[in-house]
Design a protein around this ligand. Structure first.
Ligand code: IMP
Ligand code: MG
Length: 178
């Protein structure tokens, strides 16, 4: 199912890049004690699983879930709603938020405000993908996997209406396949 979709980033290329990202996070947090990885559900779960297993520094994993409004006309575009919070406090901890993709940037902007208000020792962002042409929010991605054009991508955790999430490659989903 869906394996004939055009491949944008191969599993092998993802694999190499995830290793590099883990090395960069290791280096920057060598003296941080236990790092807290906050994975943004659902899209980041495969990326987070691979990234976390390549870290050499001590870390723990938390999840947070959000949903974007904006599909209904009555909703403010870019508004984000918290569906599930992290389980443990992050005050005084070094935190890296792990996202699948930064599109408009609204989700990451919301999460950074929410988490920064809890006074972590440091707060950084890691996203596998970024669509700069679409990004409106002023968010910094400290650890970025790949910049991509304005196309809908699926696989490696990313979905379209819950489909194609577990494809090994990141594929483009053309408009006529949605
Ligand atoms: P943002 O808030 O507009 O930056 O986008 C937030 C969320 O939209 C991402 O975390 C994804 O879950 C989803 N998203 C945006 N673009 C894509 C895509 O091309 N494929 C799959 N999900 C996407
Ligand atoms: Mg996401």
């Amino acid at each position: 199912m869906g394996n004939d979709l055009p491949v944008l980033i191969s599993a092998a290329a993802i694999d190499r890049r995830v290793t590099e990202l883990a090395e960069a996070i290791d280096e920057d947090h060598a003296d941080a004690g236990t790092l807290v990885l906050v994975g943004v559900l659902k899209g980041s779960f495969i990326f987070l699983a691979d990234l976390a297993r390549r870290l050499r520094i001590p870390h723990r994993v938390e999840f947070i879930a959000v949903s974007s409004y904006g599909s209904l006309e009555s909703e403010q575009p870019g508004a984000v709603r918290l569906l599930m919070d992290v389980r443990h406090p992050i005050a005084g901890q070094h935190v890296v938020v792990v996202e699948d993709i930064v599109d408009t940037g609204s989700t990451l902007d919301y999460l950074l405000r929410l988490l920064a208000a809890r006074n972590p020792s440091s707060l950084k962002t890691c996203s596998l993908l970024h669509k700069p042409e679409r990004t409106k929010a002023d968010v910094t991605i400290d650890y970025l996997g790949f910049t991509i054009p304005d196309v809908w991508v699926v696989g490696y955790g990313l979905d379209f209406a819950e489909r194609h999430r577990t494809l090994p490659d990141i594929c483009e989903l053309p408009p006529d396949r949605r």
